[in-house]
Write a protein that binds this ligand. Structure first.
Ligand code: ZN
Length: 299
């Protein structure tokens, strides 16, 4: 079975064997990202038992499921992946899952995906779709449709849950837009560890200058670093940002060379661990917006 890239509006033809027998047990939903785990819990409510395999702080660019985790994936009714190439193992996973469950690459079904053309690479899709609240809203609708496909009798409940979650996301976006409005357009320059804020930047008119590429694994060369040092001096960029799960060495290097301030640590690849103050999507996004505006608005 292939990864399903488009939401099914009418899932009757593909009911699971249990559909129609009542809701004796919650749907087994396995997620491959902290953000998708939150969406699945919010939208699935009591009808979904969500198991997330990529824990907070684990780098989604390098995660690979263990044999025990592959068993969990095979037993799922629904697997939610981020998509857009971040799960390099997705093709093999789809082959292993076979026809038992359904693997949905949520990012692949989003409109307006950002394509990157960085020197030395062909065109690459930016997988960090969750850093746009608009994408979160669309993703919630997709997850609602997929849950309804697996359990049609609960479709109304999934839809209501998605609407309630969507209202919170819309409030979050309005709050962020008001915060960022205080930042003059010339200050909207984000120097980050890896290239994870393209969707955020598109929403609010920022330019992103990342040290590394789209993956945390693609390391910058000396020429690229020299260009960034020039840019920070020329544009008088006030702050650069570290990332919760990235090696701070190159950020420290830029600070050492230019005297630019460290603007704080951003959550680039998903939610933070318990106790971090960024355990939920709303808290994570607020943390990032406050860090960015606070550091770049200063004197
Ligand atoms: Zn990333």
């Amino acid at each position: 079975m292939k990864a399903i890239l488009a939401p099914a509006l009418f899932g009757l033809a593909a009911c699971t064997a249990l559909a129609g027998q009542g809701s004796a047990r919650p749907l087994r939903v396995v997620t491959l990202s902290t953000v998708l785990a939150e969406i699945a819990r919010e939208v699935g409510g009591r009808e979904a038992a969500v198991v997330n395999l990529v824990q907070p702080g684990v780098d989604p660019h390098t995660f690979n499921p263990s044999p025990a985790e592959i068993r969990t994936l095979i037993d799922a009714d629904l697997v939610l992946a981020s998509g857009l190439g971040i799960e390099g193992y997705l093709g093999r996973l789809v082959a292993s899952v076979g026809t038992r469950g359904r693997v949905v690459a949520v990012g692949d079904a989003l409109p307006a995906v950002i394509w990157m053309n960085r020197a030395g690479t062909g065109g690459e899709r930016d997988p960090h779709w969750w850093n746009s609240v608009d994408n979160m809203l669309i993703a919630s609708g997709l997850v609602s449709a997929e849950l309804a496909r697996a359990r049609p009798e609960s479709a109304g409940e999934f839809e209501r849950n998605a609407l309630a979650y969507g209202r919170r996301l819309s409030a979050l976006k309005a709050w962020a837009a008001a915060e960022i409005a205080a930042l003059p357009p010339a200050r909207r320059q984000l120097v980050t560890s890896h290239d994870a804020f393209g969707y955020f930047a598109r929403d609010y008119g920022f330019a992103v200058h990342s040290i590394n590429g789209l993956s945390s694994e693609s390391e910058a060369d000396a020429k690229h670093l020299a260009g960034l040092i020039d840019l920070i001096r020329r544009e008088r960029i006030r702050a650069v940002f570290a990332e919760s799960s990235a090696n701070p060495r190159l950020v420290a290097n830029l600070i050492g060379e230019t005297g630019v301030r460290l603007g704080g640590t951003l959550y680039a690849d998903g939610l933070g661990p318990a106790g971090s103050g960024a355990e939920s999507y709303e808290a994570m996004y607020r943390h990032n917006v406050l860090a960015i505006v606070g550091a770049l608005a200063g004197p």
